[in-house]
Design a protein around this ligand. Structure first.
Ligand SMILES: [Zn+2]
Length: 89
């Protein structure tokens, strides 16, 4: 668990704490906003990872034979769309 320094009393506090347990100073909302942004980014990253995964499988199928070629094409296409959803999420 990473520690941050309280800007008021200088005591080291867990960065998960909403306020300093020593002096009671509530920590800036900027940090909470940052965390929110991080969570959103992680959510998008999940889609990106899935999209990438599907594209890789799609490419492998695409270089296969017969029925695997259209399947690979569809997987790659779906993966690309999922990847884009992750990008703009
Ligand atoms: Zn403090």
């Amino acid at each position: 668990m990473p520690l941050i320094q309280c800007p008021d009393c200088g005591k080291e506090v867990s960065d998960n704490a909403p306020a300093c347990p020593n002096c009671g100073k509530p920590f800036s909302t900027v940090k909470i906003e940052e965390k929110k942004a991080l969570v959103t980014r992680r959510e998008g990253g999940k889609y990106e990872a899935w999209g990438f995964f599907l594209i890789v499988i799609g490419i492998f199928c695409f270089f296969g034979k017969g029925i695997y070629v259209p399947i690979g094409f569809i997987l790659g296409l779906v993966g690309f769309i999922v990847f884009l959803i992750g990008r703009f999420k």
